[in-house]
Each structure stands twice: as structure tokens, then as C-alpha cells.
Design a protein around this ligand. Structure first.
Ligand code: ADP
Ligand code: ZN
Length: 603
């Protein structure tokens, strides 16, 4: 048996296997089937790329997206693994060259899409090659129970029929038990050993924030991560465009991504994001499947996601490199109604029920007052025993609530006394006892509720009223006169002698920082290692430069984590360089000298 740890170091630059990686690799090298369930960023690629290096022959990887394939091939090549892909974007010449290289045994790793595998003449060609292993990436796409079913994946049942002797490894990040069973059945690998690693992403913090002043809150978050990569998931194409525009107007570098755009423009926005030319992408859920960017530091859900699976996969795009990253979801009960509206249009009662159930699961996640991580992991069939995860808003205790019964009653009285004919700002002025002409003219300074509120300011009252509307105590008219009136629920509350109502502590309005102040803030990434920020920035510049020169995304040259280690350990010889996580022999040879030069100058 070859020395697996030394191959891991040599090609991938890692000094140790992560949990399960070595067992998976041994299972595959023994010629057996395997099903690998590992979270995003868990390190699935090593599980089939390392066997590919050991096998005397070819490994074929089925991967759903062409955009992802190029990335994976670039990453493998940059580690010194001979890899290629065959897909429709290649010129005839390029395809012919790859086919020749395959025949000459010059390629170890071949990526292709399921559509191609579905072609009989392609499988015919494959049979002429010394294939040793098939890897099915994003294997959940084969299941209708998953969240992005792809019909082409169904033809993969031919794998075992036509290549019965070859081992198959199926890999996915999101699979419930049902999906896992389905994968095994569809692929015809009943004896596949299952390797399930924890879905827990320790470096991610999960937060749910109230969707009041959502845009200002968003600005706050993206300011905190200024200059870093951020994805903002939106509900509609329109919202996607609008938010990108508003962020740009404030001096942020944001671009939209959705199905309604011209394909070239969309592709350019995506590649600018991947190449660190654009910081923020606002997107509908279509975005992200095709990218492996390792240094996304913040994922925002501006609106309620449709399913927990989808939410988990989207948040999973943050922090693949293992550095601390944030996942923030804005939740207002109003989002439910948007979704319910669409669900009502669904004809098939079975699908409709399923969607209602998914929506309810998502809503109860948002309204949860207990550890969010625990809830997520439980959803995927995993138990989480720690009392405090230290990585969700509930456990970090950032949301504090207060007893809002009394102030709400005062609001209701003011609305009741004025006959439900006024909007929020007038009601607030009454409650605060403002000496205004309009109030005097209407004799509203004679009301019981006039000046009744002393312990809340205007902004706080506005948030309290917004919450009362969201929670259906108040009805707000749409249109030109957004007057407030009491709903049945509100009237009942007003009549209740011992009403109870708690609300999250009102937030001070998130101020929009001035563009100049923003430019001055440079985020220092959280890491256990100490490092010099200026040196780190120099490495980043060099990385960008090398990326352009080699025509690959920056994160393929080195992850942020690798740059932090470089800035901490300050290696000055090739031997020291190879000790850095993420730098193998090939990378040390190709790029080492330039990094060392910077370090020497710094020292
Ligand atoms: P996945 O495909 O599961 O999302 P990747 O294969 O892209 O994950 O790996 C995610 C990150 O983890 C990459 O930056 C990779 O270099 C790193 N990684 C993988 N295996 C190891 C390991 N044994 N030690 C340290 N880092 C690793
Ligand atoms: Zn928690």
C-alpha cells in the first residue's frame, strides 16, 4: 500500500487526513463502492483524487456543472495532478487533444457531465480506456427527494450495468437518510459502505435577524466584511437587482446574478466574483452551485429560504477554507405570505402539501428560541449534545427580549381613540406628546394616550409598531394612506386584563456609515494564529497577480487560511514552505519563491 500521508502532503499540501478521509480512500483502493456524506468544505475531493493518483489508470468524475468542472480541473492541475474535462465548451481541437492524451494515458482524472455520460458513443469510448474508478459528485442530484434533482443523473444507473467491475464512489454534502437510500438504489450500489461525517460546520455562525430595516442591517453586515467575498440571497430577480444597485450607490462593489439576465453578463458577474474583482453577489438561489470559492465570509438570506436543505447548502458556501464566517437570515413573518401565495398556485396536492411542510419547517427554524445549530443538525438526523454551540445568535445571546405588553396597549389605545384613521408617524407623535400643529388642530393633545409613552423613542416605537403589524395585531393599509387599525387579535389583546407579549429588544437604527469611513476599515480575519495584517495584504496582492498570470481564480493559488499561516510562520526555505497547510510540492515550486521574497523583505 502506498504511503497515503506522504501523497497527501506532496500533492495537496495537508499534513494530516481529516476524519474519515483515509478510511474512504482505503475502501476505494480496495476496489469497493462507497457513499460519502460530508459537509461542504469537508474535503471530499481528496477522497477520489488521491486514489486517482494511486491507481494505474483513469478516474472518471461525473459532475453536474460545467462551470464547476473547470474550477476543479484548475485546482487539480495546480496541485500537479494531470486532469482534464470533456464538455461542450471545448473547441474541437481541444477535445481531440484531450482524447489523444486519454489514449496515451497522460490523464489521471477526467471530469464530465451526466449528459455526456448518457451518450452511448461516449460510453463506448470510455470502455476503450483503462478506467479504475468512477466518482459521482453532488450525488444528491440523482434523487427526487433532494433539492436539486437533475434528470440526467438518472442515466448514471448505467454505470454499474455497463461497468460492473469498477468501484463507484458517490459524494454529496446534503443528504437526509431518504436521499442517501435513494442514491444507493439509483446507482445500484447496495453494498456501498456509508461514510457519514458530521454536518456540523464549526466555523459558521448562524443568525436570524428581524426583517425590519433590513437594508440598513445588510449594510451593517457588508461593512463589517468590507473587501471580503459576500453572497446575498434574495427572493426575486427584482429584489436581486435592486439590492445590488443600492449597495453600489453606497460605494460597495456588488453585482446581481439571476436567470433573467443576459447569459454573458451573468457569467461575467460570476467570474468577476470568483476572481475577486467583485466583492458582493446578490443572487437568487441559482447562484453558487457552480462555484467552489473558498473564502466567502458572509452569506445573507435577505428573504426566507424555501427549504432547510436549500438554506443549509447555501449557508454552506461560507467559509469552505475553515475560517470563521457568518450566516445571517432576515426573517419577517411577511415573507411567509409571499411563499404561501406561490404555494397556493401549485396544482398537484401532493407537491403542495410538501411545500407547506417545508415552509413550516423553515418558519419554525426562524422562530426558534433554542440553539439553531442543534436544530439544523437534528434535521439532518444528527444529534448535537453541547449545551451552548457558541456559534448561533441564540447561544451567543445576542437577541434580548423585553415585555412589550404595556407599550403595545398604549399603541392600541392611541389607534382606537383616533378611530383607526391615522398612520404610524402621527400615532407615534401622539404617544410621545409632541406639541405639533396637526395634533392641536385635531385636539389630539386631549387624548388619554397623548404623551403616554416616555421610555421609548421614535425609532423604537416605529419598530414596535412594525412588529405589531407583522404579528397581526394591527392592520396597515397599503397604498397612499397607510393607516393603522386594530385587528380582531389586537382588540382581544386590548380587552385582556393580563396581556402578555414579549418582543425582541428594539434595535438602534443601524446607521449607514459614510463611504469614507468604510474605506478605512479593513477586516482582520479571525484566526487562532497571530499575523501581521499588512503582510497578509501583500500576500493577497501577490495571489491576485499570480492568479491573473496563470488564468485561475485566486483561491486556487492559495486559500486565505494558507496566507494566514504564511504570515504567521514566515517560512523562508522551500522545506519550511511545504510545512504550511495547503502548499504541496508543486505549489512550493511554482509560487514559493515569490512568497519567500516578500517574507524576507518583511523580516
Ligand atoms: P468539499 O468538496 O467537500 O466541499 P473540498 O474538497 O473542496 O471540500 O475541500 C475543502 C477545503 O478543505 C479545501 O480548501 C481543502 O484544501 C481543504 N482540505 C481538504 N482535506 C484537508 C486535510 N486533510 N487537511 C487540511 N485541509 C484539507
Ligand atoms: Zn447554538
Amino acid at each position: 500500500m502506498p504511503q497515503l500521508p506522504s501523497l497527501l502532503k506532496k500533492y495537496f499540501g495537508h499534513s494530516e487526513f481529516r476524519p474519515l478521509q483515509e478510511e474512504i480512500i482505503r475502501q476505494i483502493l480496495a476496489g469497493n463502492d462507497a457513499l460519502v456524506l460530508m459537509p461542504t468544505g469537508g474535503g471530499k475531493s481528496v477522497c477520489y483524487q488521491l486514489p486517482a493518483l494511486v491507481f494505474d489508470g483513469l478516474t472518471v468524475v461525473i459532475s453536474p456543472l460545467i462551470s464547476l468542472m473547470k474550477d476543479q480541473v484548475d485546482a487539480a492541475l495546480s496541485n500537479g495532478i494531470p486532469a482534464a474535462c470533456l464538455n461542450s465548451t471545448l473547441t474541437q481541437e481541444e477535445s481531440e487533444r484531450i482524447i489523444r492524451d486519454l489514449r496515451d494515458g497522460l490523464i489521471k482524472l477526467l471530469y464530465c457531465a451526466p449528459e455526456r455520460f448518457a451518450l452511448p458513443q461516449f460510453r463506448e469510448f470510455l470502455r476503450t480506456l483503462p478506467i479504475k474508478l468512477f466518482a459521482v459528485d453532488e450525488a444528491h442530484c440523482i434523487s427526487e427527494w433532494g433539492h436539486d434533482f437533475r434528470a440526467d443523473y438518472r442515466t448514471l444507473s448505467l454505470l454499474k450495468e455497463e461497468f460492473p467491475k469498477l468501484p463507484v464512489v458517490a459524494l454529496t454534502a446534503t443528504a437526509t437518510g431518504q436521499v442517501a437510500d435513494d442514491i444507493v438504489e439509483q446507482l445500484g450500489i447496495p453494498n456501498a459502505k456509508r461514510f457519514v461525517s458530521s454536518s456540523n460546520r464549526q466555523n459558521l455562525t448562524y443568525r436570524v435577524e428581524r426583517k425590519t430595516n433590513a437594508f440598513n442591517k445588510l449594510v451593517h453586515w457588508v461593512t463589517k466584511f468590507k473587501g471580503e467575498s459576500v453572497i446575498v440571497y434574495c427572493f426575486s430577480k427584482k429584489e436581486t437587482d435592486k439590492i445590488a444597485e443600492q449597495l453600489c450607490a453606497l460605494g460597495f462593489n456588488a453585482r446581481p446574478y439571476h436567470a433573467g439576465m443576459k447569459p454573458e453578463k451573468r457569467a461575467r458577474n460570476q467570474s468577476d466574483f470568483i476572481n475577486d474583482k467583485v466583492d458582493i453577489i446578490t443572487a437568487t438561489i441559482a447562484f453558487g452551485m457552480g462555484i467552489d470559492k473558498s473564502d466567502v465570509r458572509l452569506v445573507v438570506h435577505y428573504s426566507l429560504p424555501k427549504t432547510i436543505e436549500g438554506y443549509f447548502q447555501e449557508t454552506g458556501r461560507a467559509g469552505r477554507d475553515g475560517l470563521e464566517s457568518e450566516c445571517v437570515l432576515f426573517y419577517g413573518p411577511g415573507d411567509q405570505f409571499n411563499q404561501k401565495y406561490f404555494i397556493q398556485q401549485i396544482q398537484d396536492p401532493y407537491q403542495q402539501d410538501k411545500r407547506y411542510e417545508q415552509l413550516n419547517q423553515m418558519v419554525s427554524y426562524c422562530e426558534l428560541k433554542k440553539c439553531r445549530r442543534k436544530q439544523l443538525l437534528n434535521y439532518f438526523g444528527e444529534s448535537f449534545e453541547q449545551d451552548n454551540c457558541q456559534g448561533c445568535d441564540v447561544c451567543l445571546n445576542t437577541q434580548t427580549s423585553f415585555n412589550a405588553a404595556e407599550v403595545s396597549q398604549k399603541v392600541f389605545v392611541a389607534i382606537h381613540e383616533t378611530g383607526g384613521r391615522f398612520g404610524a408617524s402621527h400615532i407615534i407623535n401622539i404617544l410621545l406628546g409632541k406639541n405639533l400643529k396637526k395634533i392641536r388642530d385635531l385636539s389630539h393633545n386631549k387624548l388619554v394616550s397623548y404623551g403616554a409613552v416616555i421610555d421609548f423613542n421614535k425609532d423604537h416605537l416605529a419598530q414596535i409598531i412594525a412588529t405589531l403589524v407583522e404579528e397581526n395585531y394591527l392592520k396597515k393599509e397599503t397604498g397612499m394612506y397607510p393607516t393603522l387599525s386594530l385587528t380582531h387579535k389586537g382588540v382581544t389583546f386590548l380587552d385582556n386584563a393580563t396581556p402578555e407579549l414579549t418582543m425582541d429588544e428594539p434595535e438602534t437604527e443601524a446607521e449607514i456609515p459614510q463611504p469614507k469611513a468604510r474605506a478605512a476599515t479593513k477586516t482582520k480575519l479571525k484566526s487562532k494564529l497571530s499575523y501581521n495584517q499588512d503582510l497578509f495584504e501583500e500576500f493577497r496582492t501577490l495571489r491576485k497577480h499570480l492568479a491573473i498570470k496563470n488564468n485561475v481564480p485566486p483561491y486556487i493559488i492559495a486559500s486565505d487560511k494558507t496566507l494566514i499561516e504564511l504570515a504567521h510562520f514566515l517560512p523562508v526555505t522551500t522545506a519550511q514552505l511545504i510545512n504550511i497547510n495547503g502548499i504541496g510540492e508543486v505549489k512550493a515550486q511554482r509560487y514559493g519563491r515569490e512568497f519567500i521574497e516578500i517574507i524576507k523583505e518583511y523580516a
